[in-house]
Design a protein around this ligand. Structure first.
Ligand SMILES: Nc1nc2c(ncn2[C@@H]2O[C@H](COP(=O)(O)OP(=O)(O)OP(=O)(O)O)[C@@H](O)[C@H]2O)c(=O)[nH]1
Length: 297
């Protein structure tokens, strides 16, 4: 039997430009839907821990937000700070790019990688490659750009070669006992997860009309033995956005609430009563008080 002293536990940051599949990768690795995914860019706003516990190791993933370049406000500054900070503190960095694609936005992230932490290049979406002969030269070219400790081609969505990625991470984790119970999937509290689920439904069901500056606050979260009661508010910038979110006869809002509630019930394994309001809060992304409620400062 292997002694406990050989158990490895460490922190891993997932970085990369928006839309390369960081959230999908995290979800596939921990096989739980915690981090928000969407076809749109820049939907991840928080630092999220996903935990993968195996027989001899525990990997604590930090899902960092995409680099915010579109809008300049306090929210983005706070987020960039989170990215920089989480990159310094971890044991391994996964730098995620798309297969056969490396543009200046990837390059911007690459330039900001610390030299003091081992970096694994994760080449995602390999399921999309039609000519497999192109992969090797691409990996070769990438390995010239930075001193990666490993190159790991995967498909996060297709769950291809994820075991290889975990094997590449493991040697760089320090020998430590596990920090979390094996059943823990995240150290974020349930209020946060509830807010993320509502936000994901917003992005999925409203489409392009909904700006990225929209956010969700959980006003009340009461859990009893049989039921969780949640009151949430969707904060929007402009009064005009309210009608879009609520929809004709409240149809959109109903759909958002009921889909979010169903997922919460699955995840929390309990009946959920969910009430969602929409409020206009002009310029909220610059409001220090709101940022604090969202856990940014
Ligand atoms: N074909 C394919 N699509 C993928 C794969 N992984 C992710 N995607 C898709 O790529 C899109 C972006 O994925 P996300 O996981 O939200 O990307 P992200 O990097 O977390 O994005 P931000 O939150 O904007 O930083 C989604 O539509 C995913 O379904 C993959 O392995 N193959």
């Amino acid at each position: 039997m292997q002694s406990d002293t050989h158990f490895r536990t460490g922190y891993v940051a997932i970085v990369g430009r928006p839309n390369v599949g960081k959230s999908t990768l995290l979800n596939s690795l921990i096989q739980q839907k915690i981090s928000i995914t969407s076809r749109k860019a820049q939907t991840t706003r928080y630092r999220i821990h996903g935990i993968l516990t195996e027989q001899h190791s525990q990997i604590i993933f930090v899902d960092t937000p995409g680099f915010q370049v579109r809008y300049k406000n306090r929210m983005n500054t706070a987020m960039n700070k989170v990215v920089a900070q989480s990159m310094q503190e971890v044991d391994v960095i996964l730098f995620v790019i798309e297969a056969l694609r490396f543009d200046e936005r990837d390059s911007l992230v690459l330039e900001r990688l610390p030299r003091t932490v081992p970096v694994i290049l994760v080449v995602n979406k390999i399921d999309r490659i039609t000519d497999k002969n192109l992969l090797l030269p691409f990996l070769d070219e990438m390995s010239r750009q930075f001193d990666f400790v490993a190159l790991s081609p995967v498909s996060a969505a297709g769950r291809l070669q994820l075991g290889g990625l975990v094997d590449a991470i493991r040697p760089y984790l320090p020998e430590n006992p596990p920090l979390y119970h094996a059943d823990d999937i995240t150290d974020k509290n349930v209020r946060f997860i509830a807010a993320e689920l509502i936000r994901e439904k917003l992005f999925r069901l409203i489409g392009d009309e909904i700006p990225y500056s929209t956010s969700v606050i959980i006003d009340r979260f009461v859990e009893t033995e049989k039921l969780i009661t949640i009151y949430a508010t969707i904060l929007i910038d402009k009064p005009g956005q309210k009608a879009i979110i609520i929809g004709k006869k409240g149809e959109k809002m109903k759909l958002i609430s009921s889909q979010a509630r169903k997922e919460m019930e699955l995840l929390f394994n309990k009946k959920v009563f969910l009430q969602v309001w929409v409020k206009v809060r002009s310029g909220w992304a610059n409001d220090a008080h709101v940022l604090k409620q969202l856990g940014h400062e």
